[in-house]
Design a protein around this ligand. Structure first.
Ligand SMILES: [Zn+2]
Length: 235
């Protein structure tokens, strides 16, 4: 179906995307995305007004000090919650902020961040109220994401005694959120990427974000007291 047939006019790619996606998808995309495009223009203009040359400088250099490994949850946007601007943090996000050794996406991000961008610090950030963590304490759903959540179920099994000792369901979920961050810190630390000369200089932090108050907490104390995984996480 062409753009003429659908009653819309616009750039040629609209009609191309209609052919690929179907008219219904195209109409939805156009109406939902228009606001975002307008907001983007406002943001770009405001940023350039407040910081003349901002985008020109970014084009020529990407030297973030931090790699952020966080959850995909829309309520935990990396840059905003730590007050960093574009160019200041390299970001990798997935459901439940996992670092799985066989995940080529994650290990490629690690490699690029450490050996190409030469980040100095890696922050693994989980959050309370994480749907991925809650799913790991619930029966399997039969959905595709069960495969991904299996990694968290394994952590829950390993720390079953600790989790079972928590007084409520909410407390168990919060505890697993924390333990998951600690384990992912270890995965980062144990990655071959962190054994390169550049990798050995990198500091790894485990943090957790509370949706209820917008604050981050350092899990360093928890890491210190959690064995046997503690030692390699806090180097
Ligand atoms: Zn989450």
């Amino acid at each position: 179906m062409s753009s003429t047939n659908s009653g819309m006019s616009g750039p040629q790619w609209f009609s191309t995307s209609e052919r690929l996606l179907g008219a219904r998808s195209t109409i939805t995309a156009v109406s939902a995305a228009h606001d975002l495009l307008a907001k983007n223009r406002e943001w770009a203009a405001r940023t350039e007004r407040e910081n003349p040359g901002f985008f020109t400088n970014l084009v020529h250099q990407q030297r973030p000090r931090y790699l952020w490994i966080g959850c995909s949850d829309s309520r935990v946007p990396a840059n905003q919650i730590v007050g960093l601007r574009p160019g200041e943090v390299f970001v990798h996000r997935n459901v439940a902020n996992l670092v799985v050794h066989s995940d080529l996406n994650a290990v490629s991000v690690l490699d690029f961040a450490v050996n190409a961008l030469e980040v100095e610090e890696i922050i693994v950030c989980g959050h309370y109220g994480c749907g991925g963590i809650e799913a790991a304490l619930a029966p399997e759903s039969g959905r595709t994401y069960d495969h991904w959540i299996r990694h968290v179920r394994d952590i829950a099994k390993f720390y079953r005694e600790d989790i079972d000792s928590q007084p409520s369901r909410a407390a168990k979920e919060r505890r697993l959120c924390e333990l998951n961050v600690v384990v992912q810190c270890v995965h980062v630390r144990e990655s071959p990427v962190l054994r390169t000369p550049a990798g050995r200089k990198v500091k790894v932090h485990g943090w957790i974000y509370d949706l209820a108050d917008g604050l981050l907490r350092d899990l360093g104390a928890l890491v210190d007291s959690t064995r046997p995984i503690a030692p390699s996480c806090m180097d």
